[in-house]
Write a protein that binds this ligand. Structure first.
Ligand SMILES: [Zn+2]
Length: 236
């Protein structure tokens, strides 16, 4: 009886605090974490580094993908979990001009805030990305225009109606109603039964002093990346 009580206590405690700060900051290896699964080619294309999801997210995605297929809609994940190191590479490639943003070499912008704001149109600072959590994914194309005509339009319309049935929500919608942060991303979907809890934990555990270890990290607070970007989501 005593051990059953201890077990129940531990289970309860785990549910109350399911993730620690390093998890929320993406400082772990999803490939070595038993809570994650690796996606096969049936579910994902793109970089081998970004092919892991939390099991719960994957199970629901699998059901959604099957239902979409029956309706003639193909869903494929092009980027799933990206940990701190992966996001740091994406961020710094843009920061250092190795990858252009909107056709521009950002090293030509000397004001660090302005340079960061350009990257923040569509990419997160390392430690602030929902892609760290195993709950979020990019589907089919990284271009809003793909989702506005032909097959892409059909995909987006299907997702808008049916994704909520599987627990998925589009966090970065139009900013017309005052949402702050990233521009609209019709490709980015989040498994809210997990991610809403992780967002709450993020707000409780993570502070601006935790956002460090990459080029430009010192301006995270002046740009209010937690208040405006991490919290600038439509899924509640
Ligand atoms: Zn995304």
């Amino acid at each position: 009886m005593k051990w059953i009580c201890v077990f129940l206590f531990l289970t309860f405690s785990f549910d109350q605090n399911p993730v620690d700060k390093n998890y929320l900051l993406g400082k772990f290896d999803p490939a070595a974490d038993p809570r994650f699964v690796r996606l096969t080619a049936e579910f994902a294309s793109g970089s081998a580094l970004h092919r892991h999801l939390r099991k719960e997210t994957f199970e629901s995605f699998q059901k959604m993908q099957r239902a979409a297929k029956k309706d003639g809609v193909r869903l494929i994940i092009i980027s799933a979990t990206r940990n701190f190191d992966s996001q740091k590479q994406i961020w710094e490639n843009k920061w250092n001009g190795k990858v252009k943003v909107e056709g521009k070499d950002l090293t030509t912008i000397t004001d660090k805030n302005e340079r960061a704001k350009m990257i923040l149109l569509y990419s997160s600072m390392p430690s602030t990305s929902r892609h760290h959590w195993g709950t979020d994914m990019d589907l089919n194309s990284l271009s809003n225009s793909y989702f506005e005509k032909g097959d892409g339009k059909k995909v987006y319309e299907w997702l808008t109606v049916h994704a909520p049935e599987y627990g998925f929500c589009q966090p970065y919608t139009s900013k017309i109603n005052g949402r702050t942060g990233y521009e609209e991303e019709k490709w980015h979907w989040s498994y809210v039964p997990l991610s809403n809890g992780f967002l709450e934990e993020y707000k409780r555990q993570v502070h601006y002093s935790d956002i460090a270890g990459f080029a430009g990290s010192e301006i995270a607070e002046s740009l209010q990346v937690i208040d405006k970007y991490v919290e600038g989501v439509s899924c509640r």
